[in-house]
Design a protein around this ligand. Structure first.
Ligand code: FAE
Length: 540
């Protein structure tokens, strides 16, 4: 381990009772990644409940199982992000990504990878960094890696889907219970808060959002505030200059050093406070199969920060909860079926994957349309054109924090793209690929054009053609919102149980059939709350 990453240090960033409990109760896992990761799990261990992955689905499962009195082991392939580097910070910012920023890459793969048509990517040291740009044949899928999963890198936008659309995508789920009980439970446990509209109107850091809002409204579109898991009082103090800046210092997709209520500070901290949670970091689950003695044998590679395997462990778990994310869970289960380890998994496992209709686009503004040199990394507004039957769009007004005025309006559009792809095991390489093709994003582009062509025409502005490649308007080859692959009610029963394998459950974004119409983590969290409540009541 290099001197830049001291092996041991007290949690200096995360303070407060719950987090102290996390550090203590997790058996030191979050105090010292060098020692605790190996101590957390040993070959031959027999555990009652093992969770693969510590994102939203995993964190909800961990909290509710531990509260129910069940000793719970979370196996997470990424690191515990609690140790400052030589610069005193746990995470790097967007303008200076380094080894901490990317999962096992030697070159950054930035979502906006170009400027003026030239690549802005740069060499980085290969490391188990926090953001994975996982490349499939037709799409790059961005995902968080570490204790807290996607919550470490996401924009914090906490949006409840429209009720009629939720009923359309998941008709077997009781919407009244979701909207009456589980969405509110998710929001309160995640620590969702809302923008102070009066402050927003005057804050320099949201000039970019106000300009984009004014132009959207001038073309007849509606905009709406989005709730956030970023501490918006902290952000006010950042703007006032009284605390260390994070969202206002270009921190978001490579992690936030302050302000963000990521899962390690909410669900996972509360789970650890029960004293029943163990978290094994830098541990990758590679196989799950029925154990002769009952339950399941779980094979796990322990890796170092270069990604090299340093130990392989097998443990027995009475129950296994798959929460490795849409991609992670789907890949693992498709592989287990292909290798004959879980041969009876239904055909629907691996199917129904979508990118939440994601497409990115940017507009070049006039010199008098200022977006501001200071931009908050947390998006506050969305353009809501979901009710357009010819092309529903919910477009977040995204920041482009560069420290100088760029006259650019950037958007991440969520559309109702109906195309779906499957995960397929390739027996010659042993890898699982995804059948998604870039051309499948055309419906998303068509829907987004209905909004942004109109705004461009009214404002006499144009698209930027230099940010997603040379002469390329649309960011159509990437997604932040992988969903599906083990769809509820198709690959699983109506609560995430895998048919034919009692004690195996799916808990994450793979349950959602490819689209939620809004940013997905509140839906994933609320659905996990619903499912684990049922599972604890009836199965445990
Ligand atoms: P996820 O959070 O991805 O957690 C899966 C965990 O499993 C990860 O920690 C993995 O490292 C781990 N894992 C995977 N495979 C294995 C294995 N074999 N063994 C051990 N561990 C494993 O899954 N959503 C919003 O709602 N609002 C936003 O503002 C937003 N912004 C985003 C910005 C970025 C840059 C990105 C990448 C995503 C964003 N999202 C946003 C999406 C959101 O973070 C994502 O939907 C959820 O994190 C998915 O939750 P899951 O529990 O499915």
């Amino acid at each position: 381990m290099s001197s830049r990453h001291p092996a041991v240090s007290r949690r200096s960033l995360l303070k407060g009772g719950a987090v102290t409990a996390l550090a203590t109760a997790a058996g030191g896992t979050l105090l010292s990644r060098a020692t605790a990761a190996s101590a957390a799990l040993s070959s031959g261990d027999h555990v009652p409940a093992l969770i693969v992955g510590s994102g939203y689905g995993g964190a909800v499962t961990a909290l509710r199982l531990t509260q129910a009195g069940i000793a719970t082991t979370v196996v997470e392939m990424g690191m515990a992000w609690n140790t400052p580097g030589a610069d005193g910070k746990v995470f790097a910012n967007m303008l200076s990504p380094d080894h901490r920023s990317y999962w096992l890459r030697t070159e950054t793969d930035q979502p906006l990878g170009y400027f003026l048509g030239s690549s802005v990517n740069k060499a980085v040291e290969r490391y188990t960094g926090v953001l994975d740009a996982e490349k499939f044949a037709g799409i790059r899928v961005y995902q968080g890696r570490g204790v807290g999963g996607g919550s470490l890198v996401n924009g914090g936008m906490a949006v409840v889907p429209k009720r009629d659309y939720f009923q359309e995508i998941l008709p077997s789920v009781d919407a009244a219970a979701m909207y009456g009980t589980y969405f509110p439970r998710a929001n309160s446990t995640l620590g969702v808060n809302t923008y102070d509209a009066a402050w927003f109107e005057t804050a320099d850091c949201y000039q970019y959002a106000r300009t984009a809002r004014q132009q959207a409204q001038a073309s007849g579109f509606t905009t709406t505030f989005v709730p956030s898991v970023y501490d918006l009082d902290y952000m006010k103090r950042e703007q006032a200059g009284t605390v260390t800046r994070s969202a206002l210092d270009g921190e978001v997709i490579y992690g936030n050093n302050h302000g963000k209520k990521s899962l390690d500070k909410t669900y996972l901290a509360a789970a650890a406070a029960t004293g029943r949670l163990t978290v094994a970091t830098l541990h990758v689950v590679t196989a799950v199969e029925p154990a002769a003695a009952g339950g399941y044998t779980v094979t796990i590679d322990q890796i170092d920060t270069t990604g090299a395997t340093v130990a392989t462990k097998t443990v027995r778990a009475d129950r296994v909860f798959f929460a490795a994310g849409s991609v992670g869970t789907s890949k693992l289960l498709v592989k287990m079926r292909a290798l004959g380890k879980l041969p009876n998994l239904p055909d629907a496992v691996g199917q129904g994957w979508g990118n939440n209709g994601n497409v990115m686009v940017a507009r070049a503004l006039h010199l008098w349309d200022l977006t501001g040199a200071l931009q908050s990394g947390m998006p506050a507004l969305g353009i809501d054109n979901w009710n357009d039957p010819a092309g529903p769009v919910f477009a977040e007004i995204a920041p482009m924090p560069a420290g100088l005025e760029l006259w650019i309006s950037l958007y991440l559009a969520i559309t109702k793209n109906p195309n779906r792809a499957s995960f397929v095991h390739d027996s010659s390489t042993g890898k699982v690929d995804l059948t998604w093709q870039t051309a499948m994003n055309q419906p998303a582009i068509d829907a987004a054009k209905r909004v942004f062509d109109k705004i461009n025409s009214a404002e006499v502005t144009t698209y930027r053609t230099d940010l997603f490649g040379a002469n390329k308007i649309w960011g159509d080859d990437l997604t932040y919102h992988p969903l599906g692959g083990c769809v509820l009610g198709k690959a699983t029963d109506n609560y995430g149980r895998l048919p034919g394998y009692p004690g195996l459950y799916v808990m994450d974004g793979s349950l959602i059939p490819g689209n939620t119409g809004v940013n997905p983590f509140v839906t994933i969290t609320a659905l996990a709350e619903r499912n684990i409540e049922k599972i604890i009541t009836t199965d445990l």
